[in-house]
Design a protein around this ligand. Sequence first.
Ligand SMILES: NC(=O)C1=CN([C@@H]2O[C@H](COP(=O)(O)OP(=O)(O)OC[C@H]3O[C@@H](n4cnc5c(N)ncnc54)[C@H](OP(=O)(O)O)[C@@H]3O)[C@@H](O)[C@H]2O)C=CC1
Ligand SMILES: O=C1O[C@H](COP(=O)(O)O)[C@@H](O)[C@H](O)[C@H]1O
Length: 511
Amino acid sequence: MGEPALSDFKSETGCLSIIVLGASGDLAKKKTFPALFHLHRQGFIGSHDVHIFGYARSNMTDDDLRERLRGYLTPCKGCEETHEEDVSKFLALIKYISGPYDVDEGFVSLDEEISAYEMSKDDKGTSSRRLFYFALPPSVYPSVCKMIKRFCMSKSESGWTRIVVEKPFGKDLDSSEELSTQIGELFDESQIYRIDHYLGKELVQNLIVFKEDFGTEGRGGYFDEYGHIMFTYDDFVVVTNLLFGLFGRIIRDILQNHLLQVLCLVAMEKPVSLKPEHIRDEKVKVRDLNFFLSVLQSILPIEDDEVVIGQYEGYRDDPTVPNDSNTPTFATMVLRIHNERWEGVPFILKAGKSMKSRKAEIRVQFKDVPGDIFKPKTKQRNEFVIRLQPSEAIYMKLTVKEPGLEMKTAQSELDLSYRQRYQEVVIPEAYERLILDTIHGDQQHFVRRDELKVAWEIFTPLLHKIDKNEVQSVPYKPGSRGPEQADVLAEKVGYVRTHGYVWVPPTLSAD
Ligand SMILES: NC(=O)C1=CN([C@@H]2O[C@H](COP(=O)(O)OP(=O)(O)OC[C@H]3O[C@@H](n4cnc5c(N)ncnc54)[C@H](OP(=O)(O)O)[C@@H]3O)[C@@H](O)[C@H]2O)C=CC1
Ligand SMILES: O=C1O[C@H](COP(=O)(O)O)[C@@H](O)[C@H](O)[C@H]1O
């Protein structure tokens, strides 16, 4: 398998302009600029060929923006000593331009600034690279795209223009397709980077490496031993703002994108190679001689009785939330992949806000061994767990003999905890990796238009039912596991929860 290395994408030179649209906003200060800072600090983007432009309507000077960002540029482990210097060098690269999102003048000024910077370089902009990062509400994407297309494209033949767009990409199938069409009329798919930051997480990226082993096995039934696969996202953050004021929040926010993408990487066949298009094809490729359907195409419609949505008690106390809001802050549902490999294996997706803990993980539960001679002494099932966050880890929960003279079983784990195993390694933030991929033109970890469409096809019928109150949120206590009905559903489809066993993460002290 030809594995693309970072160096495969490094051949481009010429000045690089990174334009953060919506520079005054929350995402820009918390994620986009800090990611750029860390890339700069590590030398992935260099002062000699990079300039960063912030653009938004707010009235600010360059220094106002720099001061606003300063507090979010935190030192990483081991670089405390040079931190202040690193920050100063980075902030010096930033220029702020104020302007509206739908008026020519703003983008004419932006283009003038970028061009002036390009002309100041040795190659006079002959290979200008322009990366536009949309840290903006999607409502302004169409007008901003028009403005960029009209005024701000790279003028050099050997350069490029790329746009990075944030979710939500629509609120259902129709609105998403409309947005895709509007953007698609102006930019080629190869210029559009639809970011799903879960695809940039270290352990999500590791899923493709597991494929190498999985994929070499024979077909037909070797997954028979896999009882259930559970994807969870539990968050204790209380979120009060309503996206679009629409129902179905947690589904649109987490399940339709982050968890579905992770599911694809787990369930898809091994791609032909690591080339970005091969990976994206595998997630969504169309029916191939009626033989193997890709993962997304093979997901069956979600059954009403395989969904539980919940809302934490107190959610409606927020003055911005209507008293009769049905908005789910929790959802669990079963997806079924109708293909040769996964027939009969329930994929349980679960996500919630205001939960007792904050974690995201993939849990593959194995079926009971037929004729288990230790039954009924062993009540727990073996599980393979990939903990995406916090404290990244891959571990196998399994039943072992308890050390000692007695033949007693106990649950334990084989554990690869990243913090312990890779003590010297700083795991990069998802946004760092994805921005670097954009600069390198690597679309592997970005959502292609056809993927997005199928993702919405899966969830839209359910979302519309929730929007019409045909599916009701059940209440759950803040700081709990979510509604009991969710556990009942998981149990109904065969998932066995282990009671009384808590995995204690290893300490950092090496023996
Ligand atoms: N914040 C986060 O952690 C995450 C955000 N996202 C997505 O990233 C994008 C940006 O998010 P975020 O930074 O939180 O958004 P903000 O609400 O902070 O908006 C960003 C900037 O856009 C401008 N803006 C806000 N509302 C409007 C409007 N109605 N019309 C025109 N301009 C507007 C404002 O700049 P000005 O008024 O100065 O022009 C604002 O500073 C969104 O698509 C969001 O869904 C995705 C994942 C996480
Ligand atoms: O996209 C989103 O993701 C965050 C969760 O991201 P994480 O990297 O902290 O797990 C979520 O809190 C937010 O609501 C959602 O829009």
